[in-house]
Design a binder for this molecule. Structure first.
Ligand code: SF4
Length: 645
């Protein structure tokens, strides 16, 4: 029997299973019966203990560390032995200064023991006895996987080492096939079909056949453009089978320390769609998320409901569920969520595209979809237009207000530095951000990144960008410039263009304001959670409670102003409002002036909207549009009948 070890390397989050490896494991059990056996090995959890949970969580989750490539760089000496130690140069470029001295020492000390620990893990999981060792590589898992591949090959040259995952999509995968001899095969793009074909080739002892499959790269075929640029054929999203999470549960049981000391709750991944229904219409300029496969494919509602029922069966041990979709299918609010009966405490994460109607939000929260990544990115409509987001600042603020009402936790960043972004946007932010502290703050202020597959990358000339791989690639991989250009996912503009200089100039001030916003929101400044809310007492008298400054102020308002605040839950032009304002235009002007002085309004491009929560917020400013029907035919195949744990 063929023994297949599927390895999840650092810096994958310790608290979630690998969806890709779980699916491959099931695939092997399903298609090869007693001819092959797979096991998913969560070496990332062992590594989390090795590094210490706090450092590991920082390296795997923090935006700052993802941008420096530290997780990749740490394994360079094992992946590419004999190459120069770039520590001095690396720390000259990243983590400079006294502020980072302890961190640098911690990293160098961990690096010293890393090779020995990797050897120990090969023993522990008997990886050198496997016939095939497969790595799934996303984010900073690439060099750690190459490092372990090399150590396994040193001990056991006959073990076939293969690598797949998002980091390997064409042309990135071809660089590994060409330059890393310890990786035998690389899977570009979806691998649910190609990996099965590959295992069959191994069983047939016909590896040459694998070289003829588009989506499988080796040292022999990787220079041939037919293979270099190819991705594997996709399996229909409705040809679905449950991922094998048993190895994850076992691994977690073996690391009780992580559960005890980690800040994150264990959660389970699931998938209900691929691609992006918005992106296929208007690709957001910075987004490289979908590789070359933007076309939207959503799972049929019946199948999605059954998948949710399977996931709910893991409660109460696992109530946090994390969707891998890049965007939530819009029809699910009507066709899936109302059919769900989530267990107590269920918390489902989705990436969503705004605007969302109140009916959508109600259906989502009733089904337990209470954590979302809404892609807010900016609070200026001009910037949102530049990035092709299809939203306005009003819609973003309206959504943040609705989150308060519906109890939804939005995860978002404030991005700056879009090519062509006007610094007037940053000036306006400095005047406005204090007004928003009663709403969920962003994680931070970040410069926009230029990612492979994004319009900024594909049409860099059009945007005046001179893109090169960010610096950590050359400090980590001993490859020439052209190989690095094909390997990299993150790029930087070499032009010192005005848009970049402006963003750099404003970054620290905006960051400071967001830090204050976060402190106010999380009560770190000692004051209670901020509010800005219209309330009525038992006699119907209206008051706006405003504690955004840290001290509560109450502003009595009459019924007419109450009506105006509710009307301004959606943005309006004052002159339009004035046309049918029963109390006349002068009355309206006076009331708007007062509300503006009290900083209760957000204004942009001649329109105003209330920032005050009234309990009727978020009547979306325009009806949500339907996405086109999902692509492709639907084949409803039965789910595997695995008993929930
Ligand atoms: S950023 Fe989100 S909405 Fe925009 S194209 Fe990418 S996945 Fe789609």
């Amino acid at each position: 029997m063929l023994r297949v070890a599927l390895v999840n390397m650092p810096f994958a989050d310790w608290n979630r299973p690998s969806f890709a490896l779980g699916q491959l494991s099931t695939l092997i059990h399903r298609e090869f019966d007693d001819r092959a056996r797979a096991h998913v090995c969560y070496l990332n959890q062992d590594m989390a203990e090795f590094f210490g949970i706090r450092l590991y969580e920082a390296l795997s989750m923090s935006h700052d560390h993802v941008d420096t490539g530290i997780g990749e760089w740490l394994f360079r000496h094992i992946a590419f032995p004999g190459e120069a130690d770039t520590a001095a140069e690396y720390f000259q470029r990243y983590y400079r200064g006294a502020r980072w001295a302890d961190f640098r020492a911690q990293i160098l000390s961990a690096r010293d023991g890393l090779r020995e620990f990797c050897e120990e893990l090969i023993d522990r999981y008997r990886l050198d006895e496997a016939d095939i060792v497969g790595f799934s590589s996303m984010f900073a898992q690439h060099v750690p996987s190459i490092a372990l591949a090399r150590l396994i090959k040193e001990r056991s040259p006959q073990t076939l080492v293969v690598l797949g995952g998002a980091n390997c999509e064409a042309p990135m995968g071809s660089v590994i096939a060409e330059h890393v001899p310890t990786v035998d095969f690389v899977f570009s793009g979806p691998a649910l079909n190609t990996f099965g074909e590959f295992v069959q080739c191994v069983l047939d002892e016909d590896l040459e056949r694998a070289d003829t499959v588009p989506g499988i790269l080796s040292e022999r075929n990787c220079r041939d453009p037919r293979f270099r640029k190819a991705i594997g054929a996709e399996r229909d999203i409705d040809d679905f089978f449950l991922p094998d999470y048993d190895s994850f549960f076992e691994a977690l049981d073996g690391h009780p320390e992580l559960r005890r000391t980690g800040t994150s709750k264990p959660m389970l991944f699931f998938e209900t769609s691929r691609g992006c229904w918005w992106g296929q219409r208007s690709h957001c300029t910075f987004c490289g998320l979908n590789g070359e496969s933007m076309a939207f494919r959503a799972m049929a509602p019946d199948l999605a409901v059954r998948q949710f029922e399977w996931l709910f069966g893991f409660a109460p041990a696992y109530t946090s569920l994390f969707c891998t979709d890049n965007v939530m299918p819009r029809n699910y609010s009507r066709e899936v969520f109302p059919r769900l009966d989530p267990p107590p405490g269920a918390e489902i994460f989705y990436e969503v595209k705004l605007p969302l109607s109140r009916q959508d939000l109600r259906a989502m929260t009733d089904a337990g979809v209470t954590v979302v990544q809404p892609g807010i990115e900016a609070l200026a409509s001009s910037t949102l237009k530049l990035m092709g987001k299809g939203t306005t600042a009003f819609q973003n603020l309206q959504f943040l207000k609705n989150c308060e009402e519906f109890g939804i936790k939005p995860e978002w960043n404030l991005l700056i530095g879009f090519p062509g972004e006007d610094p007037a946007v940053y000036r306006k932010y400095t005047e406005e951000l204090r007004d928003f502290v009663h709403l969920v703050p962003p994680h931070g202020v970040y410069m926009v990144r230029f990612d492979r597959f994004s319009p900024y990358f594909k049409r860099s000339d059009e945007y005046g960008l001179a893109l090169k791989p960010v610096d950590y690639y050359s400090l980590t991989y001993p490859f020439d410039e052209s190989a690095l250009a094909d390997l990299a996912y993150f790029f930087a503009d070499q032009n010192l263009a005005p848009y970049m200089l402006d963003a750099v100039e404003w970054h620290d001030e905006l960051s400071g304001l967001v830090t204050q916003w976060r402190a106010a929101w999380y009560g770190e400044d000692g004051a209670a959670r901020r509010e800005l809310r219209l309330v009525a007492d038992d006699d119907g008298r209206l008051t706006v409670r405003d504690s955004r400054s840290g001290a509560l102020r109450t502003h009595p308002v009459d019924a007419v102003t109450g009506r105006l605040l509710r009307r301004l839950s959606s943005p309006a032009k004052p002159e339009q409002l004035a046309r049918d304002w029963p109390e006349g235009p002068d009355d309206l002007r006076q009331r708007l002036d007062t509300l503006t002085e009290q900083r209760f309004l957000f204004a942009e491009n001649g329109r105003v909207m209330s920032l005050v929560l009234t309990g009727a917020d978020g009547e979306i400013e325009e009806p949500a549009r339907e996405e086109p029907a999902t692509v492709g035919s639907r084949r409803l195949l039965p789910l595997l009948s695995e008993a929930p744990r």
